[in-house]
Ligand binder design. Sequence first.
Ligand SMILES: Cc1ncc(COP(=O)(O)O)c(C=O)c1O
Length: 389
Amino acid sequence: MSKHPETKAIRIQTARTEQKEHSTPLFLTSSFTYDSAEEMAAAFADDSLEVNMYSRFSNPTVDEFINKMAALEETEDGVATATGMAAIFSTFMTFLSKGDHIISASAIFGSTHTILTKYLPKWGIEHSYFNLNQPESIAALIKPNTKMLYLETPSNPGLDIIDIEFVSALCKKHNILFVVDNCFATPAVQQPIKYGADLVLHSATKFIDGQGRMLGGVVVGKKELINPLYLFVRNTGPSLSPFNAWVLSKSLETLFIRMDKHADNALKIAKGLQDNPKINWVKYPFLENHPQYKIARKQMTNGGGIVTFEIKGGIESSRQFLNALQIISMTSNLGDSRSIASHPASTTHSKLTEEERNAVGITAGLIRISVGLEHAEDILNDILQALEK
Ligand SMILES: Cc1ncc(COP(=O)(O)O)c(C=O)c1O
């Protein structure tokens, strides 16, 4: 296999069947058969046998998707899940026990915040939040029972960025498992394991599918970490459907060219909005005025596909803006070929209190644009005309 990830994303494929198909086959089956009663008994007796038994445990199409993701993140193995949240929850459940402590960035996806604050305490797992913009504050939060450090970079929707290498050095020193949600960047733009992360996870629902068709999740890392996670998913059941895995694996074939175009368009939109009098500011990782621009340039190959800005006039102006859009869709997803505008304060992050939202920069006027693959001029013009209105 080539050393180039672009080629791996296209050429890693389930072994060709006797039908000699060119495109990858889809193994849409719940279970697998055996040639003898002895073979069947052996498969069930030994968990470590690499034999397909039941698609909650493993499936060749799901394995293809996992193998591609592990290769793109430059690591050994992975587990695929039905959603990004299942990937996150399964990771917490596998590696955290009663009495443990997790340190998390405060700027995280709304449902992840709900798991940390509402569900983990039910099992006696406590958390501390740190500000992604203050990495030097992490050390003081470490306790003898700290088992995991969790963050997103760039964060959703604040686009805050942290130096992955700095955090990983701290985690290694204190023997803390370092988990990165790499959903906003994708491995085409950033590979956290290269900078020392232990596990990388994704909502594959976003740029990995890239066309807003389905839900999926994946966690990748060293085999010794993936094995207990695999057993958790195999036994508790948030497994990825083979059909979704097939679509996601086909999507990975175009991930690199899509991410280049998303980023190219996003940079044009961000630059086109920079001096607009209707907004207070625009934020994009590869704009030189981004507070962590240097770190973004170090660990990302481009700025990704998300641009945020703050409209003057708060909630009322935000609503008027969204209602005036003509091309850009109003929906809460991101990472689609179609550009999407959303208002995080009243949607994805509405479960946070106003104080919590303000602390992570989700103000009433914040608009998040997931920049799609349409012509950049059409996207920018739609934003500009809606701002005028
Ligand atoms: C950064 C991030 N992580 C996780 C998730 C959850 O993923 P899913 O909706 O696939 O469960 C999302 C969804 O928006 C997200 O943006």
